[in-house]
Design a protein around this ligand. Sequence first.
Ligand SMILES: *Cc1c(COP(=O)(O)O)cnc(C)c1O
Length: 373
Amino acid sequence: MQFIDLQKQYLALKDKIDSRIEKVLSKANFIGGEEVGELSAKLAKYCGTEYCLTCANGTDALTLALRCFNVGRGDAVFVPDFTFFASAETPALEGATCVFVDVEERTFNLDADKLEEAIKETISDGKLTPKAIIAVDLFGLPANYIKIRKVADKYGLPVIEDGAQGFGGSIGEKKVCSFGDISTTSFFPAKPLGCYGDGGAIFTDNKDYYDLMCSLAVHGKGAFKYDNVRIGYNSRLDTVQAAVLLEKLDAFEKYEYAARNDIAKRYTQLLSGKFVTPLIPEKFGSSWAQYTLILNSGEERTHIQESLKKKNVPTMVYYPKPMHKQTAFSDLPDRSGKLQVSSKLSDTVLSIPMHPYLTAEEVEYIAKSLLEI
Ligand SMILES: *Cc1c(COP(=O)(O)O)cnc(C)c1O
C-alpha cells in the first residue's frame, strides 16, 4: 500500500495525460505554450479570483507574494508555528523576522486570538514593524479567514494565504486561494492538485500586485523580456506541467475532490470515539491533503506507527518539529511558552494514507488495523 498513490492516479488518467504531453512534445513549445495560459484562466475561474499567475513552485509563489508588500529587514511577518518550513523560510529569506503564532489544536490552523496577541506584543516591543500575516491551509482545511481577516484589518496588515495544501477547500461558497490579498499554491506531486515535477500558482484580485509579480517572475521585465526594470527571478511553470495539470484539474473537479471527502468521512465514521479525528468546522470544506489523527503521546505514536508498518500500512508525521524548534530559527527570541499547542501536536500527530484512489476495502483495512492496536 502507498501513502499517496500517484501511480494509480496516472493509470486512471493515462490516455488523456499521454496525449496532452505528446501534443506539447510535437509542438516543442516547452516554455510558455498555450497550455500555460489555458491553465491560469481555468485556475482563476475555479478559485474565483480575477488573476492567476503560474510559477515554478509553491515556495517561489510565497516569495513573489511577499515582494508585493516590500517585506524586508526590520519587518515582522506572522506565521503559524505548525506548518511546512517554506511558509517561514520565505519571509526570512527576504530579511524579515518571523513571529511564530500558535495554532488551534483541532484544526491545526493559525489561532486568530493568539495572532492578535502576537501583533500587540510586537507593537509594544517596538523593535519590529508588523508587515504581513501568512496563514496556512494545513492538511487541506482553510484557516479561519473570517477571524483572521478581522485581526488583519484592525492592524492594517495584508494576509497572504499559503494554500499549498488547501487547493479545492472552501469556506461557504468561497474557495481556497481566494482568501488572501494574495494567495499561493503548490503543484508538488503529492499535493491535492499535483503535477509531474515542480509547479505553483499565485492568485489575487489586485491588478497592481498581479502586474508586479508577472514582472518579478521574468527577471523583473519591463516593456519586454530584455528590458529589466527591477531585480526579479526566473520562476515559471513549463508547458508539460501545465498540460498534465489541465487533465488533473478536470479529474479533481469531476470526482477526486469528492472521493477524498468520501474517504475522510469513512475514516471518521470508523475511528471517531476511539481516536481524535480531524475537525472540520461548520461551512468549511477540506481537500484532505492529509488525514491526521492526534494521539496521546509520542510513545503511543511510535508504537502505532511500528505496528501499522508490520501490517503494511504506511504512515507519516507532519510535522515532527514546529518552526520555533528548527535549528534555522534558533537565533530568534524564545517564545516557546506561547507555542505549546504546536509543540504538543508535533509530538502526537500521525497521518494515515490519503488519496482519491484508496479503495473502500483499503480504508476498512487501515481503520481495522488501527482499532486492533
Ligand atoms: C508544499 C508546501 C509549500 C511549498 O511548495 P513547493 O512547491 O514544494 O515549493 C509551501 N507551504 C506549504 C504549507 C506546503 O505544504
